[in-house]
Design a protein around this ligand. Structure first.
Ligand code: ADP
Length: 631
């Protein structure tokens, strides 16, 4: 081939950084490179197999599907070949050099801030794919060709630094050879035993044969070379549950999920009814790269009689279960229709219902039988699961049972469930109380909780930002209403509430005067929830609370006006409120009324964790008081 064909191109800058990390800081789990390359080869075979349905010409009579490993000790190379779909010149440039997967930028950012120990895990989640070849090779050559003309082959070479070169070559057979020029210290990957072991460990269940030429001695001690298949090829989801070891499940999960960690739970069964389908799903223990940074795809892989039809079949799982990975293999679906048509097949809806049920059952089992594992899962993925509360009305109760919350009656870091909460409710308590906020430490001391502490009623502390958004859908649990501890009025028992209107009436002129000074309030009233503090802020029932206001501010969607809709509650028994009232009674134009009133409002804002609108004014009022006190 003439040199005019050769192009030197630069890796996209984000990819360069990823490559740099792979070559210089990823020392553990190096052997995953083989898993990744075999997996790519297997995907490539699945693709041509699917695309050639009804179009035999694409096959070029080359459909003895296989992935071949060839170790050349003299040259120091390991080659992984497949007769899959291959890549065109443009495809090669795009796939192996210029397109970094979505989310890479955010991933790199978080990698910088992560501590050294967490890094390999993060990189693992990123899913290094093809580029993992550079963990063990100092140069990688890819020779590839799509179905068509033997002269249309492409050779891609790179040392994984900044650039790669690409040129046209002749390639007799369709498919891809990935040739790894192994680093001197990685020559163990040329050993037959090592390759066998790695294939067995990571790629045993790959449907296509992974083969290698091995030398065999026959009875007369004559050596012959035979092609041996290294993997057992049994699609793991078709095997019976009792035959599959936990290690095999874990290895398969890692293969399909790009996760270094074992899954939290395996779901493996045969669905029956109008149709038979095999299900192998996994509930991860951690948030995957895609969920954290990239575009998370919804749904498991769909196979039809062992042919991979879709990497993510959205019709099979709702978006709020997008963390579930796995495989569904159904024999009663048509193979020769487009993916779009297939997604509308009514059978899929039935299977979806069945899968959702099985996921809930598995989560419930995990929660009851392996609580620690459930907690790890919940902390990472619970906020995604919660989305289901507003999206899946039929399973709302099931999701509600899976929720965990801290509460004022549980120690920090320990959780309660709605069931536990309601079981422990005293008879006089009618509603489930909660408080939303950012941090337990701050929320615990909120003045609005004083009445609950006194009554020993529990209050759920909701600290996940999504809680604010799902609460409207979770308005009740088993017939008990959920009620914000800082909204609306706290309904006292009748004997206590009897004296309130009278007090309110008495103090109303003071409140009216205060409203002039703290104009951005909806109302000022006597509090029924304060026991120790002088003041607190609450919202109207159904109004925007302080936490929601802060969230909206962060999202750039609040203009600060909602805070103005708050209600200032004053404790009529508190000495400050009492002395303020007596100052007012003596002289309603005393300047201390404004000073006290504003300070009470500021205090209430600070106590709920909100920002003071006028911090300098607050400091000045405080200082004036201190000075007066000092003389
Ligand atoms: P991923 O496999 O997660 O998409 P990779 O970095 O491993 O990411 O591969 C990037 C892309 O390169 C693949 O999506 C595929 O399109 C292409 N590719 C890699 N290996 C092969 C192969 N053996 N045959 C055909 N295409 C391949």
């Amino acid at each position: 081939m003439s040199d005019t064909n050769t192009q030197r191109l630069e890796f996209k800058s984000e990819l360069r950084q990823v490559l740099n990390i792979i070559t210089h800081s990823l020392y553990s789990h190096k052997e995953v490179f083989l898993r990744e390359l075999i997996s790519n080869a297997s995907d490539a075979i699945d693709k041509i197999r699917f695309n050639s349905l009804g179009n035999d010409a694409l096959l070029e009579d080359n459909k003895d599907w296989k992935i071949k490993l060839a170790a050349d000790k003299d040259a120091g190379t390991l080659t992984i070949s497949d007769n899959g779909i291959g890549m065109s010149r443009e495809g090669t440039i795009e796939n192996l050099g210029t397109i970094a997967k979505s989310g890479t930028k955010d991933f790199l950012e978080s990698l910088k801030s992560a501590d050294a120990q967490a890094r390999p895990e993060l990189i693992g989640q990123f899913g290094v794919g093809f580029y993992s070849a550079f963990m063990v090779a100092d140069t990688v050559t890819v020779i590839t060709r799509t179905a068509g003309n033997a002269l249309d082959g492409v050779r891609w070479i790179s040392d994984g630094q900044g650039e790669f070169s690409i040129e046209a070559v002749e390639k007799p057979s369709r498919g891809t050879d990935v040739i790894l020029h192994l680093k001197t210290e990685e020559k163990e990957f040329l050993e037959e035993w090592r390759l066998r072991q790695m294939v067995k460990q990571f790629s045993d269940f790959i449907e296509h044969p992974v083969v290698m030429d091995v030398s065999r001695e026959d009875a007369d001690k004559k050596k012959t070379i035979v092609e041996e298949t290294l993997n057992s090829r049994k699609a793991i989801w078709l095997r019976s549950k009792t035959e599959v070891t936990p290690e095999e499940y874990n290895a398969f999960y890692k293969q399909i999920s790009n996760d270094f960690n074992d899954p939290a739970k395996v779901i493996h069964y045969t669905g029956e009814g109008t149709t038979e389908f095999k299900v192998l799903l996994f509930i991860p223990s951690h948030k995957s790269f895609e969920l954290q940074f990239g575009e998370a795809k919804v749904g498991p892989r769909l196979y039809i009689r062992r042919v991979l039809v879709m990497d993510h079949c959205e019709a099979l799982l709702p978006p709020y279960l997008r963390f579930v990975k796995g495989v569904v293999d159904c024999s009663d679906l048509p193979l020769n229709v487009s993916r779009e048509m297939l997604q509308q097949n009514p059978l899929l809806e039935k299977i979806q219902k069945n899968l959702v049920k099985s996921v809930f059952k598995a989560l419930e089992e995990l929660r009851t039988a392996s609580y620690d594992a459930y907690l790890t899962f919940y902390k990472e993925l619970g906020s995604i699961l919660k989305e289901g509360l507003s999206r899946d009305w039929t399973n709302r109760e099931q999701i509600a049972d899976l929720l965990l919350f801290e509460s004022i009656n549980t120690d920090p870091g320990t959780f309660t469930t709605l069931k536990h909460y309601t079981d422990a409710m005293p008879a006089e308590q009618k509603e489930i109380y909660y408080l939303t906020g950012e941090q337990r430490t701050q929320m615990e001391h909120a003045p609005v909780l004083e009445i609950f502490r006194e009554k020993k009623w529990n209050v759920l502390l909701m600290t996940d930002p999504i809680d604010e958004f799902i609460l409207p859908s979770l308005s009740e649990y088993k017939g008990k209403q959920l009620k914000a501890a800082d909204k609306g009025e706290f309904n006292e028992p009748p004997d206590e509430s009897a004296k309130r209107p009278e007090l309110q009436k008495k103090m109303q002129p003071l409140f009216d005067a205060l409203k002039k000074y703290v104009a951005d309030l909806k109302d000022i009233r006597i509090s029924t929830r304060l026991k120790e503090s002088a003041a607190c802020l609450v919202s109207e029932e159904g109004g925007v609370g302080a936490n929601m206001e802060r969230i909206l501010q962060k999202l750039g969607q609040a203009d600060g006006t909602t805070i103005g809709q708050r209600i200032l509650e004053l404790n009529p028994e508190h000495p400050v409120v009492l002395s303020l009232y007596s100052i007012f009674e003596k002289d309603s134009s005393d300047p201390r009324i404004e000073q006290f009133g504003r300070l009470l409002y500021d205090q209430a804002l600070i106590a709920e964790g909100s920002k003071l609108p006028d911090p300098l004014g607050f400091a000045k009022r405080m200082n004036d008081l201190l000075v007066k006190n000092a003389v």
